[in-house]
Design a protein around this ligand. Sequence first.
Ligand code: NAD
Length: 242
Amino acid sequence: MFNLKGKVAIVTGAARGIGQSIAIELARNGANVVVSDIISGNVTVNKIKALKKKSFFVNTDVSDKKQVENLIGQTIKKFKKIDIFVNNAGIFITGSTKKLKEETWNKTIDVNLKGQFLCSQAALKYMKKGCSIINISSVAGISGYPQAVAYCASKGGSRLLTKSLAAEYGPLGIRVNSIHPGIIETEMTKGLLTDKKIKQGMLTRIPLKRTGEPIDITGPAVFLASDASSYITGEEIIVDGG
Ligand code: NAD
């Protein structure tokens, strides 16, 4: 357990998957959590309330500056501060580079990279010494993968967005780190993982011999959110089974 008592967190894309798990674990460790997504986040909100922590949902498309400002505004109105921001919302569209539509490139960069920038920029206006931003990147932000040029570029961008913000805001005592999940079983990877041959091929390359679950990402996220990591910034944690 980490001590997040009295802290206020915002998690984007928290209606399901990794974001939902992180939001719940932040609450279990003591934080009040604002849940945001483009789909209903009420299930997550109710799970957090069951832990006796405060929570509410704000419908937010992270690629839209006005909606992001509304998310921050509503959080400040209700909780008066932001201690932790988790940039988790993301999309994953695969396909050959030759056939990749310009709209798909734009959409991927807008949500996965511009979204993290807009949210960080808006949240940082209210962040002070001791605050923490956590960006969910991917192993695809470190190594290149075929048929995923926009996704890899967006996640590589997230990695360096993290390091740049860490360098700029470190002197103010605000930390910014990234988490790089490998294959995690969520809606995002459902299509990929139902193909037994593809899944088996992936498992041969994972030393821990299993795919990840959203809960596998929560430990590193809660650690980076807490004062237990107070001398860590601009760092990347790879969570991929080895
Ligand atoms: P998911 O699809 O289950 O969850 C993503 C959430 O983001 C959804 O609730 C979705 O509604 C929301 N979202 C999508 N577009 C949005 C937008 N424009 N604004 C706000 N919210 C939006 O997927 P997940 O696996 O839980 O992914 C969470 C994060 O983890 C993503 O950034 C993803 O790229 C990253 N990631 C996932 C894996 C994996 O294997 N699942 C691996 C590496 C990185």
